[in-house]
Design a protein around this ligand. Structure first.
Ligand code: FES
Length: 153
């Protein structure tokens, strides 16, 4: 345990302790660090040491991943706060509000896709008047690759 200038112990965690306490493999801790989602410092022996607040970051990352939020979005959101800082309740609320809006938008898109899928799978009519997947003359192909109809906002 490292001592601060005031003599108070400053608790830091090894990568193994972070993995054990957060319930993720060591490789995941390293992966999150390599992606800039969490950070560490090095001790005199050049070993990684993590502030205990990183356990909270990992918990939030896991919840966000379960909700389908892309890692890059998680990184950008967490990166908008000072690195390794202990976020306040109000800052965590800001994050959850931001991700809630994103999830609401995704739910809306998936609901529409589900309804369109009900109509189109097994139909195949590609009706000009009725089909949401209709793409006459491949005009969407000019806008770039990918399933543009399915991914539209
Ligand atoms: S294929 Fe018939 S409605 Fe889409």
């Amino acid at each position: 345990m490292k001592k601060t200038a005031s003599g108070n112990p400053k608790r830091v965690l090894s990568v193994g302790e972070v993995a054990q306490r957060s319930g993720v493999p060591i490789s995941t801790v390293h992966f999150y660090e390599s992606k800039g989602l969490i950070s560490s410092t090095r001790n005199a022996g050049n070993q990684r040491r993590f502030a205990p607040v990183m356990l909270r970051y990992i918990a939030v990352i896991k919840v966000a991943q379960r909700a389908g939020i892309p890692l890059e979005e998680i990184r950008q959101t967490l990166g908008s706060y000072p690195p390794s800082s202990k976020l306040t309740a109000s800052q965590w609320h800001e994050i959850s509000s931001l991700w809630r809006d994103m999830l609401d938008e995704r739910i809306k898109r998936l609901t529409r896709l589900r309804d369109e899928m009900d109509r189109c799978i097994g139909c195949g009519c590609l009706s000009l008047e009725e089909c949401p997947l209709r793409n006459p003359d491949d005009v969407l192909g000019e806008k770039g690759p990918g399933a543009r109809i399915l991914e539209r906002p």
